[in-house]
Design a protein around this ligand. Structure first.
Ligand code: F6P
Length: 365
């Protein structure tokens, strides 16, 4: 017996893609159809597709074989929101609220409820839709792992695994040439990917946005290290890392995007400064979108399964305007606005950070 009368669920993936989205789609479809006999339609390209009134039936057949594939079979968008659609008015770009139209499209399609797989931006839109009366549950995903309310998000561990593989390869070439190798990773304004990649990939220095770095301290640490213990070193830099008293390095500004700033470039900056200060040959590499690609690792597939199943159950039990979340090995429900537009950062007493400090990894402070 279920508390709600849901017969049809619409599903979309929003924001930047990540490995594990297809696994979540498959889990939602399986659970809805097999456990509850409820039908599912997918909305292509995130909230853009909803405004374009696009719906594609999803079933056990057309979601077969997607579980282990990266990306999302539905497509995604990290610039579209029905609450602010850019249009040209008298030659000037203005933003129009078309959320009522989005709600109408769901009604016309006879959709009873929605599941939205996304990061903070997408969950924020989802919460806005919930406030307009849409029965909605969010599933957290992002390689950045920076969504408030959940300890882990779908995609994060695959990104970490890709970064660790890259670091393993960079160790050998850095060692052969006695170089400093600076590796820039994504993560926006949180250092989760950098911290976990650096811990797993045996980095000597990890620079994260949560700790402003003093480049002179980093250089002197590396000089000591090279004189006493190692002839090469690995520095992991989060794209959002900031020098003491300085600001983030911006790669581009996307005016139509709800989040306009795209970070990038700090890796090359740090490498240049370290080369000058240490006199050691230094190279920089940016892992960038590589971290968003590939097949999801086991943990992400299992997390996607648990989140997908829990999201369908939440809808069927009538727990709308909520988000599934991972806490202490349990999947729980939190209010959707816990994750909506809100981020989670590394705290100074984080056990992960402390593990790095106890291993002698330098954090630039
Ligand atoms: O949020 C995921 C993410 O990959 C961030 O780590 C990165 O800053 C951003 O998206 C890149 O966005 P885009 O794909 O628009 O370049």
């Amino acid at each position: 017996m279920t508390k709600s009368n849901i017969r049809k669920i619409a599903l979309l993936t929003g924001g930047g893609d990540c490995p594990g989205l297809n696994a979540a789609i498959r889990a939602v479809v399986q659970s809805a159809i097999i456990e509850y006999d409820v039908s599912v339609v997918g909305i292509p390209d995130g909230f853009k597709g909803l405004l374009e009134n696009k719906f594609v039936p999803l079933d056990l057949n057309n979601t077969t074989g997607i579980f282990s594939k990266g990306g999302t079979m539905l497509g995604s968008s990290n610039i579209d929101t029905p609450f602010a659609v850019p249009i040209l008015k008298n030659g000037k770009k203005v933003f129009e609220d078309r959320s009522d139209e989005a709600v109408r499209n769901l009604k016309t399609e006879r959709v009873d409820a929605m599941i939205v797989v996304g990061g903070d931006g997408t969950q924020s839109i989802a919460h806005g839709m919930a406030e307009k009366g849409v029965n909605i549950v969010g599933i957290p995903k992002t390689i950045d792992n920076d969504l408030a309310g959940t300890e882990f998000t779908i995609g994060f561990f695959t990104a970490v695994s890709t970064a660790v593989d890259a670091l393993d390869k960079l160790h050998s070439t850095a060692e052969s040439h006695h170089r400093v190798m600076v590796v820039e990773v994504m993560g926006r304004n949180a250092g989760w990917i950098a911290l976990f990649a650096g811990l797993g990939g045996d980095a000597d220095v990890i620079l994260i946005p949560e700790i402003a770095f003093d480049i002179k301290k980093v250089a002197s640490f590396l000089s000591d290290l090279h004189h006493t213990r190692k002839r090469y070193s690995i520095v992991v830099v989060a794209e959002g890392a900031k020098p003491l008293g300085g600001d983030v390095t911006v790669a581009r500004v996307i005016e139509d995007s709800p989040e306009k700033i795209r970070l990038g470039g700090i890796g090359h900056r740090v490498a240049g400064e370290l080369e000058q200060l240490t006199g050691r040959e230094t190279r920089a590499i940016v892992l960038g979108h590589l971290l968003r690609g590939g097949s999801p690792v086991g943990f992400d597939r299992i997390l996607a399964s648990r989140f997908g199943v829990a999201a369908v159950k939440a809808l069927m039990d009538g727990h709308f305007d909520s988000m599934v979340a991972y806490k202490n090995d349990q999947v729980e429900l939190v209010p959707l606005n816990t994750g909506a537009g809100k981020n989670r950062f590394i705290s100074p007493d984080s056990q992960f950070l402390q593990a790095g400090r106890h291993r002698g990894i330098h954090f630039g402070d």
